[in-house]
Design a protein around this ligand. Structure first.
Ligand SMILES: Cc1cc2nc3c(=O)[nH]c(=O)nc-3n(C[C@H](O)[C@H](O)[C@H](O)COP(=O)(O)OP(=O)(O)OC[C@H]3O[C@@H](n4cnc5c(N)ncnc54)[C@H](O)[C@@H]3O)c2cc1C
Length: 385
């Protein structure tokens, strides 16, 4: 079905992104997957083409456009499996913290570089001891004169090696009750003293992503690197998680579509018992079911996108979209692998990486269990009477 969300301008932009991605990004993907991270030149090219932060404010170099433009870039990158260059994380998850909560000085210092691709962003929430329970972070930031001194460690941080600026979730008041009132966000630059990058972690999927450990050992940053106000970190995180979850749903759905399209093509050319395997009723039913679910998912995600662009508060709906679409991606990649037979298990067939990559989608950007906790809470189910 035609997606009614997009104007002619959006479609022209999509064509431009697709051309760029095919020419500039696709040739780089095998190398990213081999070395375990993306390359800076590709980030700069993305920036120069206007594909990092089309939605960011024009006064700092952004496109000043609506979020649908960002969604188009996410979809086109997912379509070609360019998972190593995490532009969605950079442009649509990290950058909004700077544009929404940064001081004028912080915005002038960081936003233009983030949009041009010179300054790559990461966000460090998760720690070895806590992920879902964000208010329980142990990393501390102690005020000392004009500085903050940060101590602690983070794990599973995307863009962990390549990032030039990390938004670090810390406790400025470890004794605060409730605990989330002690959470703050602090910007840590690449060369800050005491900021140490740990291992690039060996993962099941997404080989091109530099998911890493980060350590802060008496890491000293100017007090002006505080984002927003002390104790407001949790509130800022909650406010921005709506878009983070939408980014995850949009990308996962585009990945599911690509996986299915490749599988349809495969089943039409692979023969067994004298006919293409697409002729077996089981194959047809499986493909028809997946086609249906992707269409249904797309209708809901597009509805969320429309509401998000209008500025509506749709925390429940994006949580629904995130869990449902990422589970759909896991089902689709698993069934598509099965339809490839033994070839599906071979790394040279992209369906094998789709299957491995899909596993994390229900874990990061908030686990799917946490999505259901949020939905249930908003249904009023945990109110004691
Ligand atoms: C490839 C990758 C990239 C990542 N990138 C980043 C990043 O850039 N920045 C960052 O900060 N983090 C990142 N993460 C971390 C990710 O966000 C966390 O792994 C995730 O939030 C889950 O936290 P956890 O691993 O500590 O699991 P836990 O919180 O220990 O959860 C374990 C299990 O318990 C369940 N659970 C926990 N609480 C509840 C509850 N209340 N009700 C029901 N079930 C519950 C969870 O759903 C899960 O199934 C990344 C992770 C991966 C794997």
């Amino acid at each position: 079905m035609r997606r009614e969300l997009f104007t002619e301008e959006h479609e022209m932009f999509r064509a431009q992104v697709r051309r760029f991605v095919e020419n500039e990004i696709v040739p780089k993907i095998p190398e990213w997957n081999r070395v375990g991270m993306s390359d800076r030149e590709s980030w700069r090219k993305m920036g120069a083409a206007g594909f990092l932060g089309p939605n960011a404010p024009a006064e700092y170099g952004g496109g000043g456009a609506d979020f649908l433009y960002d969604a188009i870039v996410i979809e086109e990158m997912s379509r070609v499996r360019a998972h190593g260059l995490m532009m969605g994380l950079h442009s649509d998850i990290c950058l909004p913290y700077l544009t929404a909560f940064g001081s004028e000085e912080q915005k002038r210092r960081y936003v233009p570089g983030a949009i041009s691709g010179e300054l790559i962003l990461a966000i460090a929430m998760t720690e070895p001891g806590t992920g879902s329970d964000l208010a329980a972070v142990q990393t501390t930031a102690r005020r000392e004169g004009d500085n903050y001194v940060i101590n602690g460690s983070k794990i599973f941080i995307s863009n962990g090696q390549i990032a030039d600026l990390v938004i670090v979730v810390v406790k400025t008041d470890p004794k605060a009750q409730p605990a989330h009132r002690g959470v703050s966000l602090i910007l840590v630059e690449r060369d800050s003293p005491g900021f140490v990058r740990g291992r690039k972690l060996d993962k099941l999927g997404f080989p091109g992503q530099d998911t890493s450990e980060l350590f802060f050992e008496d890491c000293r940053v100017p007090a002006t690197n505080l984002l927003g106000r002390e104790g407001q970190g949790f509130k800022m995180l909650m406010e921005k998680l709506q878009q983070e979850r939408l980014v995850s749903a949009v990308g996962s759905l585009a990945s599911a579509r690509r996986c299915l399209d490749d599988t349809i093509a495969y089943t039409k050319q692979r023969r067994a018992f004298g006919q293409p395997i697409a002729m077996f009723q089981n194959t047809q039913f499986k493909l028809a079911e997946m086609e249906t679910e992707i269409e249904v998912g797309q209708a809901f995600v597009d509805r969320c996108l429309g509401a998000h662009v209008r500025g509506e508060e749709i925390v429940s709906e994006v949580s629904m979209a995130k869990w449902w679409v990422t589970e759909l991606l896991k089902r689709v990649s698993s069934q598509c692998l099965q339809l490839h037979g033994g070839y599906g298990f071979m790394r040279e067939y992209p369906v094998s990486s789709d299957y491995a990559d899909a596993a994390v989608q229900s874990i990061y950007a908030g686990t799917n269990e946490i999505m259901k906790v949020i939905i249930a809470r908003r249904m009023g189910l945990d109110e004691r009477r």
